[in-house]
Design a protein around this ligand. Structure first.
Ligand code: UD1
Ligand code: MG
Length: 451
């Protein structure tokens, strides 16, 4: 740790036209949360004194997503320097290091930011440290003009000479700037350039003209991917998923085929968890130690205790609380229900708004009928109860501990502990009926053929 004071400006006023979306670009999710929140999470590790997010008009959703950080509205989109200028009030009196980040470039990592901040602390005390990179296709990125004495200028592609366009070192847009000099530089940026915009990149040449030093750090291409289209969003998702999978495996989970497991930013997996191919984790999933999750499970908002076995083909919805060593089998849906230790719900079942007591066995095809079209009601299944196959438990209803429900029953009244309850017609049997039926029908068929 150093005593370097840090403030962060996130530029997020862009319209994201190419996303063709009603949602502001930085609100598009990666691994289940807005991309801007990934970025804010990374900078949170630096314990910044202040964070200001620059948004466009009407981007209330962004303001909500980044709270409690402050947002400032850039009414007109006049360029990156103009955007940074909007943060002036928020940064009044701040003389530490100001990091400028783009909300649509959310994959940057902490080591990369650390390298930039370290360079700001060098004896030369650079006014600006720029994060450069060497993309495969340099395209229309700004180019870093570097001399023996460090970074001299950034030239925007549209304003660059052919010689400058041949420079492979590009501007990622990320900068670390001396807060004491930042707004003095910004105030002198003009818009006399090919785009008629106020370029933040111009502060490098301005700082040099003042006799200040400027430097750069080279970052990894895959950290600096900008999201401008749905295709780039998918590319960024792949990067985030790979990081989450690597972290899960590093923490002791086995992912049999990692590329087919979709994790969420907040997925928590214990040790010796095994995840088979094709499993989806939505937000809010916590998995204990030694849990096995088989293929084609979909989990959102659930807590799974140690040694449970889930799936294949299980759907665990918000509020599912799965106890130790519970077995949840194929085509089972659990919602807002606690399944206590050792209970088994192995096939073709819906359990919603319920408790399933410890060691209970819920047979194939059981349905908790929790909804009458108006209210949701609760089903309470006692410890050690046995629910026969194809039973409908019409809530509100309580099945006592150790009770047995006969298969095919529609249970509408509470059942006492250790009782047998069933609800079905008495079985009728007619000896020899089937054989006589077949003989008669065969004879009729033979007679028709002869005609
Ligand atoms: C910018 C850089 C360029 C760099 C490239 C990297 C400038 C002048 N150029 O170009 O050197 O190679 O990024 O991707 O800085 N924004 C606002 N308000 C504005 C303008 C932009 O908030 O008025 C935000 C955008 O939402 C975006 C970021 O700033 O997140 C960059 O803006 P963009 O228009 O994409 O800049 P580029 O032309 O790509
Ligand atoms: Mg851009």
């Amino acid at each position: 740790m150093t005593d370097q004071k840090i403030a962060v400006i996130v530029l997020a006023a862009g319209l994201g036209t190419r996303m063709k979306s009603g949602l502001p670009k930085v609100m598009h999710p990666l691994a289940g949360r807005p991309m801007v929140n990934h970025l804010l999470d990374t900078v949170a590790g630096l314990a910044p004194e202040r964070v200001v997010v620059v948004v466009g008009p009407g981007m209330d959703q962004v303001a909500h997503a980044v709270a409690p950080h402050s947002t400032v509205v850039q009414d007109e989109r006049l360029g990156t320097a103009h955007a940074v200028r909007q943060a002036r009030d928020g940064l009044a009196g701040f003389d530490g290091t100001v990091l400028v980040l783009y909300g649509d470039t959310p994959l940057i990592t902490r080591p990369c930011l650390d390298a930039m901040l370290a360079q700001c602390r060098q004896p030369a005390r650079p006014a600006v440290v720029v994060l450069g990179f060497r993309p495969e296709l340099a395209g229309e990125y700004g180019r870093l003009v570097v001399g023996a004495d460090g970074l001299r200028a950034i030239v925007e592609y549209k304003d660059a000479t052919a010689e400058q366009r041949a420079i492979p070192l590009c501007n990622s847009g990320v900068m670390a700037i001396d807060g004491a000099r930042l707004f003095g530089l910004i105030d002198r940026v003009d818009n006399r350039n090919a785009k008629g915009e106020y370029y933040l990149t111009d502060i490098v040449a301005l700082a040099r003209a003042d006799g200040g030093a400027c430097g750069y750090v080279e970052g990894e291409v895959n950290e600096l991917l900008g999201v401008n289209s749905r295709a780039e969003l998918a590319e960024a998702e792949r990067v985030v998923q790979n990081r989450l999978r690597a972290a899960a495996m590093a923490n002791g989970a086995t992912l049999i085929d990692p590329s087919t497991v979709t994790l969420c930013w907040d997925t928590r997996l214990g040790r010796d968890v095994t995840i088979a191919p094709q499993v989806f984790f939505g937000p809010g999933v916590t998995v204990g130690d030694g849990v096995e999750i088989r293929s084609f499970c979909h989990l959102v908002g659930v807590c799974i205790a140690d040694r449970a076995e889930i799936g294949p083909f299980a759907r665990l919805r918000p509020g599912a609380n799965i106890g130790e060593a519970v077995h949840i089998g194929n085509f089972v849906e659990i919602k807002q229900a606690t399944v206590e230790a050792g209970a088994k719900i192995n096939h073709l079942t819906y359990v919603g708004d319920a408790r399933v007591g410890a060691g209970a066995n819920v047979g194939a095809g059981t349905i908790t009928c929790n909804y009458d079209g108006f209210t949701k009601d609760f089903t309470d299944i006692g410890a050690g109860a046995f629910i026969g196959s194809n039973s409908a438990l019409v809530a509100p209803v309580k099945i006592g501990d150790g009770a047995i429900i006969g298969a095919g029953s529609v249970i509408t009244q509470d059942v006492a502990a250790d009782a047998l309850a069933f609800e079905r017609n008495r079985q009728t049997e007619r000896p020899g009926w089937a054989a006589r039926f077949r003989a008669r029908r065969s004879a009729e068929k033979a007679a028709r053929k002869k005609e």
